[in-house]
Design a protein around this ligand. Structure first.
Ligand code: MN
Length: 290
């Protein structure tokens, strides 16, 4: 008989900081809270804010990454993206961009032009998903997961939908390919909806309440912008939407390897960081126009 995952903590968003001039993020981890979320290394949460209309494109200019993947999930607003592997695209509400930096990439992320001109609500999640050492230097790749292509499970009684970004729910597989086992879903729930999520007790797991409020495991309440962190105990989570709610579910098998991080590089050993800096300084990450 499966048991409920034990709730370790319900966390408020830490004080925000700006990333470039386009993202106002609350870093839940690793800076905000020292919680174990391996294989997820970093979670920057842009809680919903309003940007005023502008003709200038706000965002982040060209910068490198090596040794991991960035996953961007859009809820409000839109982002345009370009990288040194020649990929570019837009991330609109409901879309997910899964970029495997691996051996090294340069990219830039700006608000999409039409959104910038109109302004309005902006809400995003960006995750850094770590790679096992054997894949850290693999070829970069890019998965543009448009909402239309994301697998969906309709809850009974029109109670909402589970969008399966990665992993599997109710026999439906997510379309993202991952290097290690990961479950990642967006739950878009009507008031009163309830469902059960499952993942192994050994997986590091969290829920982020993007909108609305929920009851978890029949007892605890969590409100908009809070993160529910689970202990490595139990394998099921019961969720009930107290009002219309959007919730991001993250669960992954830990990689359990040593971590060496410097700025945008995430490796296993300090000498690999030195190499990353040298490779970046000598142009080995390619070229991308500002
Ligand atoms: Mn980046």
């Amino acid at each position: 008989m499966p048991t409920l995952k034990k709730i370790a903590a319900i966390l408020n968003p830490p004080a925000p900081h700006m990333v470039g001039d386009g993202f106002r993020v609350h870093n839940f981890f690793p800076s905000g809270y020292k919680i174990k979320m391996d294989p997820f290394y970093l979670l920057d949460y842009n809680a919903k804010i309003e940007f005023s209309p502008t003709n200038k494109l706000r965002g982040v200019g060209v910068h490198p990454h090596r040794g991991f993947e960035t996953v961007t999930i859009a809820y409000h607003g839109a982002v345009a993206h370009h990288d040194s592997a020649g990929n570019s695209g837009f991330i609109h509400p409901g879309d997910v961009q899964w970029m495997t930096a691996a051996s090294g990439i340069l990219h830039k992320e700006y608000h999409e032009e039409n959104y910038s001109k109109k302004g309005g609500p902006f809400q995003m999640v960006q995750l850094w998903v770590n790679l096992p050492s054997k894949y850290k230097m693999s070829t970069p790749k890019y998965q543009a997961l448009a909402n239309d292509n994301i697998s969906k499970y309709e809850l009974p009684d029109r109670n909402g939908v589970v969008e399966i970004i990665a992993g599997e729910y109710q026999g439906i597989k997510g379309i993202a390919s991952t290097f290690t086992p990961i479950e990642m879903y967006n739950l878009k729930l009507k008031a009163g909806a309830n469902l059960v999520l499952a993942s192994p007790a050994t997986y590091n797991t969290a829920l982020i309440v993007i909108e609305g409020s929920i009851r978890v495991n029949g007892t605890e309440q969590a409100a908009t912008n809070q993160l529910i962190h689970f202990a490595l105990e139990g394998s099921e989570i019961e969720i009930e939407a107290k009002e219309n709610a959007v919730v991001l579910f993250l669960s992954g098998e830990p990689i359990n390897e040593p971590i060496a991080q410097y700025g945008p590089f995430l490796m296993n050993k300090p000498e690999e960081l030195q190499q990353a800096i040298e490779d970046y300084n000598t142009g080995k990450f390619g070229y991308l126009e500002e």
